[in-house]
Design a protein around this ligand. Structure first.
Ligand code: SF4
Length: 194
């Protein structure tokens, strides 16, 4: 039986009328970052595009970040907001939160890091496979925040490399989301290689 378009006329919000899967796709819309000017050839009835392996790999990496939250304080609550339904980082492919460093490539340090915790932070970072990225979230992780004290790390870049900094105390979930989008852009431009 052929697929019938889904009738959404009873929906509480205005929705576009859907079509059967595979129908109505416009050719020429498949592009990768930096590839928009390339011609897409229609060969033997199929759509093809040409690109480089690096572009393809960077595109895939940027769109499939798996975050590991290193949450030690209130910033972690903002992180939880970002992965929940209101902000929904799943829209950008980064919702697969993992608490095992072996299965994550984006460490989000959310909270105060005290001296005693710093070897743990470093060890977990080192257990993550390459390529790995780090976001320092909030005033505490970026600079020690208002803890100007001997026992608090004054910025996690004292211990591990940092790719993105999110300002604020507390930083907003949309601020964190913005940093992930900027990180994604950097990865896709090939600016981060480790
Ligand atoms: S930056 Fe502010 S919100 Fe974040 S952990 Fe420090 S005190 Fe808490």
């Amino acid at each position: 039986m052929p697929n019938q378009p889904y009738d959404s006329s009873g929906s509480i919000i205005q929705r576009k009328r859907g079509g059967p899967p595979g129908e109505g796709a416009e050719k020429g819309l498949i592009t990768l970052p930096g590839e928009s000017e390339r011609e897409i050839e229609d060969l033997a009835g199929g759509t093809y595009l040409t690109t480089t392996v690096d572009t393809m790999v960077n595109w895939a990496r940027g769109n499939s970040l798996w975050p590991l939250p290193f949450g030690t304080a209130c910033c972690a609550i903002e992180f939880m907001s970002m992965v929940s339904s209101h902000y929904d980082i799943a829209r950008f492919g980064a919702e697969v939160v993992r608490f095992s460093p072996r299965q994550a490539d984006l460490m989000i340090v959310a909270g105060t890091i005290v001296d005693k915790m710093s070897p743990v932070l470093k060890k977990i970072y080192e257990q993550m496979p390459e390529p790995r990225y780090v976001i320092a979230m909030g005033a505490c992780a970026t600079s020690g925040g208002f803890y100007r004290a001997y026992h608090v790390v004054q910025g996690i870049d004292e211990i591990i490399p940092v790719d993105m900094w999110v300002p604020g105390c507390p930083p907003t979930p949309d601020g964190l989301m913005y940093s992930i989008l900027k990180l994604k852009e950097k990865i896709q431009r090939g600016e981060i290689r480790r």
